[in-house]
Design a protein around this ligand. Structure first.
Ligand code: NAI
Ligand code: CS2
Length: 495
């Protein structure tokens, strides 16, 4: 689509705030297109000057920090409602970009910033694996090298929990009240899980400090939603065609949602006026989004990639994949939800299909397929347990698990290789080496992974047999034939 044919809305940019009131860990694409945009709207509307953001990367991507700094921390967000309509917005809410990785110059600067009384909130998007909690048990992974490092060297932390802990320890000893910690990652009860990571780590340092954090630090949970694909060179070229030459720019959809538990002892921006839903309990919103949106995304990611499909919109353009999602929503996921008040789930899932069909995003399935061992417990398996206990059939989830297991073999069904990006990649590869084509043994070995599969599903023989059946069918008949056979069977049964 030529730039000339695209309808462009330009949001006026604003003078940056001078004061910093928020520190963010995980300066990735999502942070720039979601939390920072809500704050930008707040600053635009109120002229507030004390809620600027200091954003830090503590693991990777120093380049992005340098690029942002080169642009005085200003960057652009391109919000596509479809390939013909885009809103371009310049964001000035980020006032400081820091690289505090193990080899980074800014670790001390970051900790000093987090110890500043003017900083009242710390937000995070460090991915599901960045909390070093077992996806299954929720326990802190003390044997993970980065956590072992932070236990041995608490004053120079490498991890997000370690960075929060050191900053809170410094505030406590300086008599400065603690900031609130707002997790913005796709995890269930993400505030509670972040608390657990920090308090568990603190127990290895100082029991009283751990008790103080547990008793006096607020860890509100939040549900976050906006599809923000990783930027590609093609995206940068596309934006350049719209007059945006900005290495730190991001592309996203126009849809955006943020539901936040309202627990900010030192205060917060008036997010409510910007459309953020401030609630007492975020659980119904988060469970619905994780199981309906993210659960569907992961189904498309593994089965689509095995079929050689590249993007989300290309997958949902195929009737079999839309049929699969409808079955998953109706049969496996929705029955497990206690929906937020006044939710029309049919309208919600229709909305998801429309968002997935947005071909201007070019959201790669490979990106969604990352970190399956960290994502699937909350996306498919927690709901699967509830359905399994009810004796319900979860054959779509079983097909999804078969797809994930086959995907972790590192090739699609035509033999094309793909990288398997997952903290457990080596463990999973070893299972494939050991069991090869012996599907029953391979599935039993995967189901035995306690870090991923809850006990109720590990012991559910019907579930195991369904996964074996689905894997055999995928390799024999291909993805779409398997989906059609499976969804036909269940609709006949339901007829
Ligand atoms: P990204 O790849 O652009 O950024 C990931 C960020 O996490 C980077 O700053 C990276 O340095 C940091 N990181 C990665 N592993 C880490 C670790 N072990 N410890 C500390 N920092 C670590 O990804 P993006 O798009 O920003 O997504 C990040 C997270 O945001 C997702 O994992 C998800 O939880 C959440 N999210 C993303 C959405 C999206 O559409 N991109 C939408 C909703 C939530
Ligand atoms: C995606 C999410 O990569 C993934 O795992 O499912 O990032 C998804 O795009 C967001 O959660 C949408 O809000």
């Amino acid at each position: 689509m030529a730039a000339a044919d695209i309808h462009i809305e330009r949001e006026p940019s604003r003078r940056p705030p001078s004061g910093i009131g928020i520190v963010h860990l995980g300066l990735g694409a999502f942070h720039r297109a979601h939390q920072a945009v809500y704050l930008q709207r707040h600053l635009d509307r109120t002229g507030a000057d004390d809620w600027g953001i200091s954003s830090a990367n503590i693991r990777a991507n120093r380049t992005l920090v340098d690029q942002l700094r080169d642009g005085d921390c200003r960057y652009h967000v391109a919000e596509f409602s479809d390939s013909e309509h885009v809103t371009l917005r310049e964001v000035t809410a980020i006032r400081e970009a820091l690289y505090a990785g193990p080899d980074g110059p800014d670790r001390e600067r970051l900790l000093a910033r987090m110890s500043d009384p003017a900083v009242r909130i710390v937000t995070l998007t460090v991915t599901e694996k960045g909390y070093f909690l077992s996806p299954g048990s929720g326990e802190l992974l003390t044997n993970a090298p980065a956590i072992a490092h932070d236990i041995a060297h608490p004053e120079s932390p490498d991890t997000a929990p370690g960075t929060l802990l050191e900053a809170l320890a410094r505030r406590r000893s300086a008599g400065v009240p603690p900031f609130a910690v707002l997790c913005c990652d796709n995890m269930p009860h993400n505030g509670r899980r972040t608390r657990r990571a920090v308090v568990s780590l603190a127990r290895h340092r100082d029991g009283e400090l751990a008790d103080w954090i547990d008793a006096s630090v607020a860890f509100p949970s939040s549900m976050v939603d906006r599809i923000v694909p990783a930027m590609t060179d093609a995206d940068r070229t596309r934006l350049a065609g719209l007059g945006i030459d900005d290495p730190a720019a991001v592309v996203c959809e126009t849809f955006s949602q943020w539901v936040v538990e309202d627990d900010f002892p030192l205060g917060r921006p008036d997010w409510g006026a910007e459309g953020v839903e401030m609630v007492a309990d975020v659980t119904p919103f988060e469970t619905m989004k994780l199981r309906l949106l993210n659960g569907a995304h992961s189904l498309l990611a593994y089965l689509g990639a095995l079929a050689g499909i590249e993007t989300v919109d290309a997958a949902v353009a195929r009737p079999a994949f839309r049929q699969l999602l409808r079955h998953y929503w109706q049969q496996d996921a929705t029955p497990t939800l206690s929906l937020p008040a006044a939710t029309d789930v049919a309208a919600y899932t229709d909305g998801l299909l429309a968002r997935f069909g947005n071909d201007s995003l070019r959201h790669r399935l490979q990106q969604i397929a990352m970190d399956g061992s960290q994502k699937l417990p909350q996306r498919w398996l927690a709901g699967g347990v509830e359905r399994s206990i009810d004796g319900a059939d979860i054959n779509v989830t079983a097909l999804g698990v078969a797809g994930w297991i086959r995907y972790t073999a590192g090739t699609d069904l035509s033999g094309q290789p793909h990288p398997v990006d997952d903290p457990m990649a080596e463990t999973l590869a070893a299972l494939h080496r050991r069991h090869g084509d012996n599907h029953a043994a391979l599935i039993d070995a995967f189901l035995a992974l306690e870090a991923v599969f809850p006990a109720a599903l590990r012991d559910d023989r019907r579930f195991a047999q369904q996964i074996v059946g689905a894997l055999t069918r995928l390799e024999r008949d291909g993805v779409e034939a398997t989906i059609t056979a499976l969804t036909l069977t269940s609709s006949d049964r339901d007829a």
